[in-house]
Design a protein around this ligand. Sequence first.
Ligand SMILES: [Zn+2]
Length: 386
Amino acid sequence: MSTALPLHLSDGELVAAVARLAGSERAATVALIAHLAELYGRRLHERAGFSSLFTYCMEVLRLSEQEAYDRMKAAKLARRFPAILELLTSRRINLTTVRLLAPHLTRDNCAVLLAETSGKRKRQVQELLARRFPQPVPAASIRKVPARSGAPVVGSSAGAPAAVGVDPTHEGSPPTVTPAASAPPRPPQTRPVVEPLAPDQYRFAFTAGGEARELFDLARDLLRHAVPSGDPGEIFTRALKRLVEDLVKEKYAVTSRPGRSGGQAEDSRNIPAEVKRAVFVRDRGRCAYLAPDRRRYGERAFVEFHHVRPHAAGGRPTSSNISLRCRAHNDYEAEVFYGPAKRDAGTEVMREAAGRYERGTDDTFLFRPETEMVVSGPRDTAARTG
Ligand SMILES: [Zn+2]
């Protein structure tokens, strides 16, 4: 196989080659994992002088720490649950999912868990596991980072490669972060962690400087009456709320135009800044469109302010009638409203369409797809609802 840049390929050949190579890389990785599983079973890594498959992969195979850790975990798990190899081959799960599942898989739950995590992204898998296996919420702590010593700042129950001291005989147990004498010194782990522990419970871990520490202490002192426990989570939440308020205020500042005092007329199409701020915070800066199956995908990019009852149908720019939409959904809904109205020149149609919004829970609005029935002519809205 050539290692030179494939300059000679046409665009089509290049795209095809990339797909083919990704496929063979995947196949090679799964084959490596299957063989490592067998090597581990025969204890050949021990015969070669290594106490763990992890160090064998690093020292003999020259894999990176992360590669070694993921393959070691998958190999051990595949010995107990061979179905994993098939799922890895078909890309239904990836090595990250395997690593996250490792501490939880049992003979009883493996079929269900593997099916449920198929095709899921890392965060979805984490949320799912937090729901099924809620972890005790640890006490909040603030620690001084040891200066360039071996111990990572953050205990990594998520199984990141802080697993230098992993004991291979303890299959399935989360890595213990004990810098063994033989382990190379590691830089402090500064990668921030937001890890779901249980429904509505997250563990945050990050490193910040001395100024943050001083400000935190100051805030805790000032909040002594409101937050007697001094709970960092509560203080953090309050601080973020203030920050978001400030940022939203900057983003949707009241533009004072000379000669236009007294604010806008109530029926104006213009949305007052305070309404924008309230709506943006309420909808959490995300598209609040509810799909017919009541799922909310919550696109964050390019959100716009949307009149739930359209301006032309008498909708007012109040926070109860304004909601955030991504550009695609704003367009989609506007088209459903204005399309038939324009075509039929009938306000009845529009009014009927407006009545098909339902206020859902959580102050969101459910758009009833039946509205599409009033739309005449072929339409391609389905492709634009993503
Ligand atoms: Zn949307």
